[in-house]
Design a protein around this ligand. Structure first.
Ligand SMILES: NC(=O)c1ccc[n+]([C@@H]2O[C@H](COP(=O)([O-])OP(=O)(O)OC[C@H]3O[C@@H](n4cnc5c(N)ncnc54)[C@H](O)[C@@H]3O)[C@@H](O)[C@H]2O)c1
Length: 422
């Protein structure tokens, strides 16, 4: 199968593309704008692989999207490209509206035009080939060349075509402490610009299925963790702060609960839904792995204590001015384990002002995908987090190169000014 993956250079996308090409025998076209969150290096191991192609395209460029469909004639679309960081959505919601809503609209339009062309036995021509293409802001592909087919290959391709829209559990809003996990019928109640923009994109995807018959599937997944996650998200932040001996920021009291899923388990689930899921259905994907943030951070600290003992020597000053600047790590930090020279990274935990509108709890009820499609996560909390910490320790050059750019592990999303990126 030839699959067009959007956002394949991001965290989940790169893990998904690798799984599809290396383990599932699929052929992948990765369409990605390469924003700050996209990293071509994350798929450097696929360079030269005949089953992998990269197209640097912005979802907001409708003409370029259509050209990709025309050029590659995919059998399926897996749509992951998005602005994905809640804190950035607080600082600059405009990009989230453009990419997550307008970009998804453009992709749905390009997919629909392409899918219809398969039924009609006509070829889709990109607007760059069209002297009078539609410039109205909708997908700018047009049908120009009638080809009478002598076989029914396009009809088969049409009936097998799938559009998998990848979304998040954050669209459901916050759960009460003892409430059951989100099922597929849970009402939407998003609270951040990120989750609201993803909710809007989910509604668009379902509307294109109901109104135009596009064969859409939707997945809503819980928090992912694992290799290649941009170092602004909680888990890489904790590991990198440990390595630098800097305060580990935990929002509020650290009581917020998330349901953690190892990223390759998510990728497996997406391939399962694409190949076995019923068209028009939604599948919720979760890890049965609920943890309070502070508990998660402590687990990571103790893995770091074991896998990379501090020896009281950090890569940058332990207590900079941002942490009071008046403590001596050798005197203040408790020792970890039996090694009396080591201090526990837990001592770096620092509670900071909470994120505005911070949802207290997310959890997924994965009954449907398990019972209907037979998918279950392979990694549990212990195995998944151990693998993740080891990966970040073994791949320092990957994070070092990112941190040599604009992002410096600074805190984002305190809602001081959200006007700048609109
Ligand atoms: N990370 C999670 O825990 C999580 C959980 C559930 C669902 N999701 C969803 O999964 C998807 C992938 O998440 P992620 O964590 O890998 O995100 P990410 O931020 O790591 O990657 C997003 C990718 O999309 C690309 N992109 C952004 N804007 C684009 C545009 N306008 N045109 C083309 N490409 C563009 C970026 O370059 C990047 O490669 C998102 O849709 C997200 O909402 C993520």
């Amino acid at each position: 199968m030839k699959i067009l993956v959007t956002g394949g250079s991001g965290f989940i996308g790169s893990n998904l593309v690798r799984l599809l090409v290396e383990e599932k025998g699929e052929s992948v076209i990765n369409l990605d704008k390469l924003t700050y969150a996209g990293n071509a290096e994350s798929l450097a191991d696929l360079d030269g692989n005949p089953n992998y192609t990269f197209e640097q395209v912005d979802l907001c460029d409708a003409a370029a999207l259509s050209a990709v469909f025309e050029k590659h004639q995919p059998d399926a679309v897996m749509h992951l490209a998005a602005e994905s960081h809640v804190d950035r959505s607080i600082d600059g919601p405009g990009e989230f509206i453009q990419t997550n809503i307008v970009g998804t609209f453009n992709l749905l339009q390009a997919s629909l035009q392409y899918w219809r062309s398969l039924e009609d036995g006509v070829r889709v021509t990109s607007s760059s080939e069209e002297p009078q293409g539609d410039r109205s802001g909708v997908a700018q592909c047009s049908v120009s060349e009638l080809e009478t087919r002598t076989d029914n290959s396009n009809d088969i391709k049409k009936s097998n075509f799938r559009f998998l829209h990848v979304s998040t559990d954050e669209v459901y809003g916050s759960l009460a402490p003892d409430a059951p996990g989100f099922s597929e019928t849970h009402a939407y109640d998003p609270h951040s610009p990120y989750s609201a923009s993803k909710a809007a994109s989910d509604h668009l995807a379902r509307a294109w299925a109901d109104t135009y018959g596009l064969p859409v599937l939707v997945t809503n997944c819980s928090n992912n963790y694992g290799p290649y996650q941009f170092p602004e998200k909680l888990i890489p932040v904790v590991i990198l702060k440990c390595l630098r001996g800097e305060p580990i920021p935990v929002y509020g009291k650290g009581e917020n609960i998330r349901d953690w899923l190892y990223v390759t388990d998510h990728a497996e689930a997406l391939h399962t839904v694409l190949t076995k899921g019923r068209v028009g259905e939604t599948y919720n994907i979760g890890g049965n792995n609920e943890r309070q943030n502070v508990e998660l951070v402590r687990t990571l600290c103790s893995l770091m204590d074991e896998l990379h003992p501090s020896d009281a020597k950090f890569e940058s000053p332990v207590f900079s001015s941002s942490n009071g600047g008046n403590q001596s790590p050798q005197l203040e930090l408790p020792r970890s384990g039996s090694d009396s020279n080591s201090v526990s990274y837990e001592s770096l935990i620092t509670f900071v002002t909470d994120r505005p509108g911070h949802d207290m709890r997310y959890a997924i009820d994965p009954t449907k995908i398990r019972d209907e499609l037979g998918w279950e996560p392979k990694e549990d909390f212990a195995s998944g987090f151990r693998k993740t910490v080891k990966w970040y320790l073994d791949n320092r050059e990957w994070t070092d190169r990112i941190l040599s750019g604009d992002y410096k592990l600074d805190r984002l999303g305190q809602s001081e000014d959200s006007s700048s990126s609109c």
